[in-house]
Design a protein around this ligand. Structure first.
Ligand code: ZN
Length: 306
């Protein structure tokens, strides 16, 4: 899953705030409460987002990056805040969201928090990820990985300082176990349930279920909700429809190309989804997803169900 070179920026972006920051400010969302300061750190080796939430006495980080240097950049951003790291929350069990947790927390007495389902998939799949992703990433693959060690209920609310984080559990969708974390002000850390106009990963084979989950997820969102995704900049509830369109387009294209040879099929599918993505930075995720999706469809007699 190695991305094509250094496609990210490694930069920090303030995504909602009432105060000032050393990072590039973006327009604060109306939905962001007056005390909510969220800073996004996007990996430079792989463009995946971690979010730093200022809770008053300390910082909570949502998602922990894939690569050593990207996780170190998140850690540096926490240190630059001048506040202690209080916890790391995981949205789902893909390695680009958990593998950097050990680098991020080394030497610190800080929990890595997830639901049982997320923790179980991390534990079950880490060996395979090590075997497959490790060689692709070389020195950037964290040699040791921390697994979740604070397991929370599927709908738990946890409080650090001034902020209340509520988890919602969606079951299999983009990954084998997707969750989102919400703040009381309408900010939703969407993990990879919703990307922001970036190519998506469907190799876990749950595309049809992902579409149904997106319907349920959309029904929970207030019009002013602010979605902060695992990949891309973020926005309002309109991101959900865009993600559904991407998943549907991908599945339709694979279905239409089932009888093509793999080379022609790849071309056809990537041509179909390219107009829906802002960049090719994560095109490799779509490419990696085609043949597994073919397998799911063939297992279901040509049906797209998963
Ligand atoms: Zn991801």
């Amino acid at each position: 899953m190695r991305p094509p070179g250094r496609v990210g920026t490694g930069k920090c972006v303030l995504v909602s705030a009432s105060g000032t920051s050393c990072h590039e400010p973006m327009t604060p969302s109306d939905s962001a409460g007056p005390g909510t300061v969220v800073t996004r750190v996007t990996g430079a080796v792989m463009p995946v987002n971690s979010y730093l939430v200022d809770c008053g006495p300390g910082v909570v980080v949502v998602d922990a990056q894939l690569c050593v240097s990207d996780a170190a950049a998140v850690r540096a951003a926490v240190e630059a805040s001048g506040k202690p790291l209080l916890a790391v929350l995981l949205t789902h069990p893909h390695p680009d969201h958990y593998a950097g947790a050990e680098v991020l927390t080394r030497g610190l007495d800080v929990p890595v928090v997830a639901t049982r389902a997320v923790a179980d998939v991390v534990a079950a799949d880490d060996g395979e990820k090590q075997a497959v992703v490790g060689p692709m990433m070389g020195d950037e693959w964290p040699a040791s990985r921390r697994f979740p060690d604070q397991i929370v209920a599927d709908d738990a609310t946890l409080t650090w300082g001034e902020q209340h984080f509520t988890v919602a559990s969606w079951g299999a969708a983009e990954s084998h176990a997707d969750t989102t974390w919400s703040l009381a002000d309408g900010t939703v850390f969407a993990g990879d349930l919703v990307y922001d106009a970036e190519h998506a990963y469907l190799a876990d084979g749950h595309g049809e279920r992902w579409l149904r989950v997106l319907d349920r997820f959309a029904a929970t969102l207030d019009p002013g909700a602010r979605l902060l995704p695992g990949h891309g900049a973020g926005g309002g509830p309109e991101l959900v429809d865009r993600q559904a369109a991407y998943v549907r387009t991908f599945l339709d294209a694979v279905s239409a190309a089932l009888d093509d040879d793999p080379v022609a099929r790849e071309q056809r599918v990537l041509d179909a989804v390219r107009p829906l993505a802002r960049s090719d930075g994560l095109l490799f995720l779509a490419r990696l997803s085609i043949e597994p999706t073919v397998g799911v469809m063939r297992d279901h007699g040509g049906e797209r169900s998963a």
